[in-house]
Design a protein around this ligand. Structure first.
Ligand SMILES: Nc1ncnc2c1ncn2[C@@H]1O[C@H](COP(=O)(O)OP(=O)(O)O)[C@@H](O)[C@H]1O
Ligand SMILES: O=C(CO)[C@@H](O)[C@H](O)COP(=O)(O)O
Length: 501
């Protein structure tokens, strides 16, 4: 069997471990789910040990069922769900369940951060302190669980906890560190000013490492537990979106990533750390050394479609339901959908906005509703792309990934609404492939990630925009953009009503 690397994709609902050989071929893959706890509205927590156990099950299956020889596993790297807060005590024991990226309990802390630091915060971190990010979560713990905060010795992000258990080494890589909104992006170090302002002990911030940096060998405990050998090296790893971008070949600024997963992401490679979107978009260190990326997140992208299916077409085949949209013309006979069904992050950072169908007419059929959902999600992506068009407009290709990119109609809707060429990937593996690439480069198999992408990343279909469709969608997008301001107050009142009743 070939030498290989493992790319560990630690997601929100499951971990997927891919074994990839030196030519970029996936030779085996295993997945294991884990639960999410939502004890109160807005809370989202996981037990960090579940991540370790699930990863170990996947690795054991690779060795026992897929017959991977542990000696041939030369390196391991990680892609992690971003922003989740893991707190360890002085003996490196987990102090409380991890608070995840989709945990929104920290609105009060979000506004306190802005009240105290205002634009200076955005200048340092290039981000707004949104509920999803780590610092507001840490301040929530400080205020609501002071005994936990007092015992906290180290803060880690999800994939860094996994690396710690596999190697015994404490570290956070730069791409995940920017997602804490505690990193000074210009200086590339933890921001002393932020730590001082909010009285956070510096001991909480572990050493920073690069995504392709050697982060130690598998330790004896984990070798005994998993069947790996202590000869296998680990490498820093990165935030899932950084790894997704690496795995989709987003290594220069002419390509933009469009990912329709549960959430949706529009992401652009940024060569310069001085670029600042004033917090309108997220700005993060890339997993590619000395590079950056910006992104906007539509919180319910694929999730809007899954919600629609679950609610109105439960027993239908997913593809059949999506393809029924071909019966409806562009613009869904005058029906529109705004996908704010769990609140929104970009371009409107508004946890209390809610979604809507607008323009319902007695002529509308279910196929119009399906089409409206597909189009509404991409209009929301276009809102994010507009931020790039306003700035430098230097992209000519959109790489479409995620579960939503499987559907041809939806791919074409993207090309027509974006008015940009859309390409898909031959071997769409998401962030796991990016993580494997970090290990492959870390081991020296390739000079750098750009070189590795030439072997590992291959494009498949090309979808060009259709001129007539582009013109129609331009008009429709202008109408779509009126939905947010027009429904903001109404939907906020409805959310308030729900809270009170
Ligand atoms: N056949 C399909 N056609 C279009 N979209 C699909 C199809 N199957 C799944 N999806 C969409 O893909 C989303 C899941 O994508 P995936 O990349 O697996 O997400 P994640 O990793 O975030 O859970 C679902 O929310 C769903 O809306
Ligand atoms: O919060 C963000 C990005 O800022 C999310 O993209 C998380 O990183 C979770 O990703 P998935 O598990 O849904 O892929």
């Amino acid at each position: 069997m070939d030498n290989c690397v493992l790319g560990i994709d630690l997601g929100t609902s499951a971990v997927k471990v891919s074994a990839v050989n030196q030519s970029g071929k996936i030779i085996a893959q295993e997945k294991m789910d884990f639960p999410i706890q939502q004890p109160h509205p807005g809370y989202a927590e996981q037990n960090p040990e579940d991540w370790v156990n699930a990863t170990t099950v996947a690795i054991v299956r690779l060795i026992l069922s897929d017959k991977l020889n542990p000696k041939q596993i030369k390196g391991v790297s990680y892609s992690g769900q971003m922003h989740g807060l893991v707190l360890l005590d002085k003996d490196n024991q987990v102090l409380r369940p991890a608070m995840l990226w989709n945990d929104t309990r920290s609105s009060k802390q979000r506004y306190e951060i802005m009240d105290r630091m205002g634009e200076r915060f955005v200048e340092i971190t290039h981000n707004q302190p949104l509920e999803g990010f780590t610092l507001p979560k840490l301040l929530w713990v400080k205020e609501n669980e002071p005994e936990v905060f007092a015992k906290a010795q180290t803060m880690l992000l999800p994939k860094d906890y996994l690396r710690f258990k596999m190697t015994g080494n404490l570290a956070i890589d730069y791409s995940d560190a920017t997602g804490t909104v505690m990193l000074d992006v210009k200086k590339q170090e933890w921001s002393q000013e932020i730590l001082d302002t909010f009285e956070i002990p510096a001991r909480l911030c572990p050493p920073l490492i690069k995504s392709i940096e050697n982060s130690g060998r598998i330790n004896q405990w984990y070798a005994d537990y998993s069947g790996l050998t202590t000869e296998t090296l680990t490498f820093g790893g990165g935030a899932d979106n950084a790894c997704g971008a690496v795995g989709a070949g987003i290594t220069s600024s002419n390509k933009v990533l469009s990912s329709i997963g549960t959430s949706g992401v529009i992401l652009k490679y940024e060569a310069d750390k001085n670029t600042n979107y004033q917090g309108d978009l997220q700005y993060e260190d890339h997993a590619i050394p000395n590079a950056f990326y910006s992104m906007g997140v539509t919180l319910a992208a694929g999730f809007s479609l899954s919600w629609f299916k679950q609610t109105f077409a439960k027993n239908e085949d997913f593809n059949e339901m999506v393809n029924s949209a071909t019966k409806s013309p562009i613009g869904a006979n005058g029906l529109m959908f705004a996908p704010y069904i769990v609140g929104e992050r970009a371009p409107y950072a508004d946890a209390d906005i809610r979604g809507s169908f607008i323009g319902i007419d007695s002529i509308h059929k279910r196929s119009d509703f399906v089409r409206a959902v597909l189009e509404g999600i991409i209009f929301s992506f276009e809102d994010i792309l507009e931020k790039y068009r306003e700035k430098d407009n230097d992209f000519d290709t959109i790489v479409a990934i995620g579960g939503g990119a499987k559907n041809k109609l939806w791919q074409q809707i993207q090309a027509d609404i974006f008015n940009v060429k859309v390409v898909t990937l031959e071997n769409e593996q998401g962030p796991g492939l990016g993580a494997a690439m970090l290990a492959a480069v870390g081991l020296g198999w390739f000079k750098d990630l750009q070189e590795c992408a030439k072997s590992f990343v291959n494009f498949k279909d090309v979808l060009l925009p259709h001129k007539d469709n582009v013109a129609k969608y331009k008009k429709l997008h202008k109408i779509y953009q009126k939905i947010y301001p027009a429904t903001k107050e109404i939907t906020h009142s409805l959310v308030e009503y729900r809270r009170e009743n």
